[in-house]
Design a protein around this ligand. Structure first.
Ligand SMILES: Cc1ncc(COP(=O)(O)O)c(C=O)c1O
Length: 390
């Protein structure tokens, strides 16, 4: 099927809720994607921070082939070997104490689960989250997403539970915390909000405030988790251990899986019937996530993201162009803020024309979130094209 046929079918039969670019891909290999005309692209988007091990990794393909031939789905009313094995594997990389997992299908769903857990653990009802943050688009996660552009027209679906603090401003957190605060949601780096960072002191201060006031600190690691920041989890960059961690995107390497991870003690409140989902943690997605974690560890992709990402940030900062207002991030989540939205759009177009896929978020920020396998040479290839346009 050629591109025009795909586009026509989409226009006729699909919701119009995505602003789609005029490209469709047929397959991928490593860090490259191929479109319907056979054109090759270096992928610095990775399905928005999802395809952590790139495309068609041989070990992952073999694991999937074997799993599909045996068992794809069974209900959570039975014990599931692959889910139990993934739980154990995940606990080997999460911060100590965070050992119990609940597997779901997406990032938003993981955050819903985390909020339910916090409300049930504390018996309180308020949820704090940051302005400009992003936690998903289902009702509760939308409530926690402190950006009016996502909430507009859906206010009737959002409860009065949410209060918003300024990211990076400990005083504004202090002002909001009270005896009815159940949880504070926080992204280690605000991804959708434009790759916005805050210093380690802020995160450590939030940790202390939460501990002192009995508020559960929920680290939303949906985008930053599983190696992206050059550490296993974004909060590891600051030496902070949250009470609850949510993750999704990079965990499954392309299949829909999310997780809520917490301590043995906190997990006890979620008794049978309090939460659940039909597809959550089925054998296929759990086998996929275990293969992803194994590959990340075996190939030291966390170290790769740290090393190549640090070099990349340095080189981007050294460009010193008038059109670049700021460069920020950690590992393989890098934001290049341009002086205008028009510049960002023009540069994205030029990069795509030259076979480099980049994402623009928050209007004027180029977000670089490649597969964790991206090599130093591939980063150099990006830089040599980017230099010509900046
Ligand atoms: C930090 C963060 N939390 C939650 C979500 C929502 O995840 P999903 O789209 O899988 O529901 C996202 C998605 O971009 C995210 O970046």
């Amino acid at each position: 099927m050629d591109f025009e046929e795909i586009k026509n079918l989409s226009s006729e039969y699909l919701f119009r809720n995505y602003g789609r670019m005029d490209i469709a891909f047929t397959h991928g290999k490593g860090a490259y994607l191929y479109d319907t005309d056979g054109k090759e692209y270096l992928d610095l988007v990775a399905g928005i921070a999802v395809n952590s091990i790139g495309y068609a990794h041989a070990e992952w393909v073999e694991a999937m082939r074997e799993q599909i031939s045996k068992l794809t789905h069974v209900s959570n009313i039975y014990h599931i070997r692959e889910q139990a094995e993934l739980g154990e594997r995940l606990a080997s990389v999460t911060p100590s104490g965070l050992k119990r997992s609940l597997f779901v299908n997406s990032g938003a769903e993981a955050n819903e689960g985390a909020m339910k857990l916090a409300v049930r653990c504390t018996g309180r009802s308020k949820i704090l989250s940051a302005f400009n943050g992003f936690h998903g688009r289902t009702s509760a996660s939308l409530g926690a997403t402190g950006q009016t552009k996502y909430q507009e027209t859906f206010e009737p679906l959002i409860s009065g539970a949410y209060r918003y603090y300024n990211f990076g401003d400990l005083e504004s957190v202090k002002k909001l915390i009270d005896r009815d605060t159940a949880a504070l949601l926080i992204e280690p780096i605000q991804g959708e909000g434009g790759v916005v960072t805050a210093g380690g002191d802020f995160f450590r201060g939030v940790r202390d405030l939460c501990t002192d006031s009995g508020v559960m600190m929920v680290a939303d690691e949906v985008q930053t988790g599983v190696g992206r920041t050059g550490k296993w989890f974004g909060m590891d960059c600051y030496g902070v251990v949250p009470d609850i961690m949510t993750m999704a995107k990079g965990l499954g390497g392309g299949v829909p899986i999310g997780a809520v991870v917490t301590t043995d003690e906190f997990s006890k409140v979620m008794t049978p019937g309090t939460h659940g989902t039909t597809f959550g943690g089925n054998p296929l997605v759990c086998r996929s996530a275990r293969a992803v974690l194994d590959i990340i560890e075996k190939e030291d992709l966390v170290g790769n993201a740290d090393k190549v990402g640090s070099e990349w940030i340095k080189e981007l900062k050294a460009l010193g162009s008038d059109r670049i207002r700021d460069v920020r991030g950690s590992g393989f989540i890098i934001g290049v803020e341009f002086e205008s939205n028009d510049t960002a759009t023009a540069i994205q177009k030029a990069m795509i024309g030259n076979g480099m896929l980049v994402n623009i978020c928050h209007g004027n920020v180029m977000r670089l979130i490649p597969p964790l396998i991206l090599s130093s040479e591939q980063k150099d290839a990006f830089m040599s094209v980017f230099r010509d346009f900046i």
